[in-house]
Design a protein around this ligand. Structure first.
Ligand code: SKM
Length: 272
């Protein structure tokens, strides 16, 4: 019987995961289908129970459910637990197990586009949601020491920093302080949904003072060039949108569901 996979989030219509995953399933001759489900926060528990009952084999989790889903799963893999966010759920027997492939996916795509030894870099992460947690944790786990986090709600950035086991020289800072000190950072990573379609005229902070030698990453992939990335590019900075991360986190999820290694280059080609 055809296996069913999917992605849950709200909004979800913009997601490129269905196109990318369905193409790869087809290319590899796997009899399965990947469907987007728009699930509101109030329905999350019921939705997870429903997916279990109807036999869904696995699914991705996107904004805004990555942390909220944790209590509704049967088991959380240690990495996802340490990160505090789940973006991939796998059916293992009767259990739904939560994993996180965002952090590793992000770093793989960063390494591809910015060939730098990351360890000495001073990094700013904007946002303190599920993706920020994964990226922060993963950067620290590979030895990056100086990663500040700015967020509209400051205590969330403070909590995120306090929750990680790695020793780091990190500060939680308000958005206006980040803006004023933006020239201190060589790598800036935008992890919020601000600037995502249809609100393409929004940006979380101004990059007026960004160094031309900086690398600026926005995990949004719709539009492919956010206002934030545009501003960085205008200042001469190298930029990267969220397509690379989408591909790598999706490839890791694909392998967990099917035990088959997908063709990352082909997945990338599907999206461009
Ligand atoms: O973590 C990923 C998620 O697995 C899928 C996704 C999407 O389909 O837009 C985005 C990210 O949150």
């Amino acid at each position: 019987m055809k296996k069913l996979y999917g992605v849950i989030g709200d909004p979800i219509a913009h997601s490129l995961s269905p196109a990318m995953q369905n193409k790869e399933l087809k290319e590899l001759g796997i009899d399965a289908y990947y469907h987007p489900f728009r699930i509101e926060g109030k329905d999350l528990k019921t939705a997870v129970e429903g997916m279990k009952v109807i036999g869904v084999e696995g699914f991705n989790v996107t904004i805004p459910h990555k942390t909220a889903i944790i209590p509704f799963l049967d088991k959380i893999d240690p990495l996802a637990k340490a990160i505090g966010a789940v973006n991939t759920v796998v059916r293992e027997g009767d259990h739904f197990v939560g994993y996180n492939t965002d952090g590793v996916g992000f770093v793989e795509s960063l390494r591809e586009d910015w060939k730098k030894d990351l360890n000495g870099e001073r990094v700013l992460i904007i946002g303190a949601g599920g993706a920020a947690k994964a990226i922060y944790y993963t950067l620290l786990s590979i030895g990056v020491k100086r990663v500040d986090i700015c967020n509209r709600t400051l205590y969330k950035a403070e909590e995120l920093i306090a929750a990680q086991p790695y020793e780091a020289d990190s500060k939680a800072i308000p958005l206006d302080v980040a803006e004023t000190n933006i020239d201190k950072y060589s790598l800036v990573i935008q992890t919020t949904s601000i600037g995502m379609a249809p609100e393409i005229d929004k940006s979380p902070i101004s990059l007026r003072g960004i160094r031309p030698s900086a690398f600026v990453s926005d995990i949004i992939y719709n539009p492919d060039q956010t206002l934030f990335l545009n501003q960085a590019a205008q200042k001469g900075a190298k930029t990267q949108n969220g397509l690379g991360m989408l591909v790598y986190q999706g490839a890791l999820a694909f392998e967990k569901w099917t035990n088959v290694k997908p063709d990352v280059t082909r997945m990338k080609r599907t999206l461009t």
